[in-house]
Ligand binder design. Structure first.
Ligand SMILES: *Cc1c(COP(=O)(O)O)cnc(C)c1O
Length: 381
């Protein structure tokens, strides 16, 4: 099977060269907009491309207000700040995620609580969340707290793993019932829709990433998605040093962040957004090839959840067991076809190993058998 998989991936990409997991594609106006930015001298923290990029994302996602940030972690940090998360608070998230999710809340002085993922979405499981809350939490006039020590639970932060949307309706309903704010880590899911609504726009706040390995890139960059335009204006103010607009005075009305996305990076983002529909269509086609290839084998392709449209950012399959997953990792990487296991689970990292948690069987099982396959948009032949 390993040789067949490697051969199949080489056919998909029509190359004998090394095949990375995810490489960016620059097929549109990238060079033009970058040259234009340099010619204008507005390469830094303000410029027309920043505004334009925010508008393009607002238009595409349908969020109330989008605020460009220097990376996805900064967008998550701003989202948690806006959500009112404070030092000592708890934020419920999933153990199967990239470390940025937990780093963002760590830097708020908050602590993660780990709740299991579901096998169908790979993202936070509503039933596991409800079980955790019913067993370990309660609410009072100030909101939700952990019964064992009274620590406040402020928010729930699901992550749409590899672009597959979490069960947002169910999560939203639980959040409402338990007085929790929903912050979506949509870093991987630009172009993924849940029942027709863009991921990152169903909760109070969402965060996108435009790191080099994401579906579109600005080199480095992120975007905070705010459901309410009022929150959006305040977030823009906070992330741009909280400076009160004035022609010459430097007056800052509260402590702010310098999370501004440079105009140079935004220019790249504007060009990439023009290719997004094409990328989505190409990535869906690629995913369907993988799906057909693995159909009927004992390798299970991770498909999009029901009533969702995934961006298929990173294709993934579940191997029959850990041994065969490890064999495939070895063979494919030796053959220049990059594959990789899922991230080390967050509750197994030194920084978060003491975190409060529910049962995490599903995440632990997935972590042993899951493998990511090359998922770049193929170069036009
Ligand atoms: C990429 C990513 C981020 C943000 O990463 P940055 O490199 O800071 O842009 C956050 N969460 C997840 C799950 C990611 O995959």
């Amino acid at each position: 099977m390993n040789a067949k998989i490697i051969h199949f991936v080489r056919q998909l990409y029509q190359t004998n060269a090394a095949i990375p997991l995810h490489a960016p594609r620059f097929i549109g106006n990238e060079q033009r907009y970058l040259a234009d930015t340099i010619a204008s001298t507005f390469v830094s923290s303000v410029g027309k491309y920043v505004d334009q990029f925010e508008q393009q994302i607002e238009h595409f996602t349908g969020c109330g207000k989008a605020v460009a940030t220097v990376n996805g972690t900064a967008a998550l940090h701003s989202a948690l700040y806006m959500a009112g998360v404070q030092a000592g608070d708890l934020v419920i998230t999933q153990p199967l995620t990239f470390v940025a999710t937990c780093n963002a809340l760590y830097h708020m002085g908050a602590e993660p609580v780990f709740v299991d993922v579901s096998a169908t979405t790979l993202s936070l499981c509503p039933q596991a969340l409800l079980n955790f809350l019913q067993q370990q939490a309660a609410t009072d006039a100030q909101g939700c707290y952990l019964k064992s020590n009274g620590q406040r639970i402020k928010a729930v932060m699901p992550m749409h793993t590899f672009g597959h949307p979490a069960a947002l309706d169910e999560l939203l309903q639980i959040c409402q019932q338990w007085q929790l704010i929903l912050v979506e880590d949509a870093a991987e899911s630009l172009g993924s829709f849940y029942k027709g609504q863009h991921t990152g726009t169903l909760g109070h706040f969402g965060a996108l990433s435009f790191n080099g390995n994401k579906i579109i890139t600005t080199g480095g960059g992120g975007m905070l998605l705010c459901a309410s335009a009022t929150d959006g204006s305040r977030a823009k103010h906070l992330t741009t040093t909280a400076k009160v607009a004035h022609r010459w005075q430097f007056y800052h009305d509260e402590p702010g962040f310098n999370y501004r996305l440079p105009n140079l990076n935004a220019a790249l983002g504007c060009a990439q957004m023009e290719s997004l529909e094409y990328f989505l269509q190409q990535k869906r086609e690629l995913a369907m090839h993988y799906k057909a290839f693995f159909a009927g084998s004992d390798y299970q392709f991770i498909d999009e959840p029901a009533q969702c449209s995934s961006n298929f950012w990173l294709n993934a399959v579940l191997c029959p067991d850990q041994q065969r997953r490890d064999d495939l990792l070895q063979h494919s990487n030796d053959a220049g076809v990059m594959t990789r296991p899922v991230w080390q689970l967050m509750h197994q990292l030194p920084a978060f190993k003491h975190a409060v948690r529910g049962p995490l069987q599903c995440a632990e099982e997935l972590a042993l058998r899951l493998i990511n396959l090359p998922s770049s948009v193929p170069e036009a032949q």
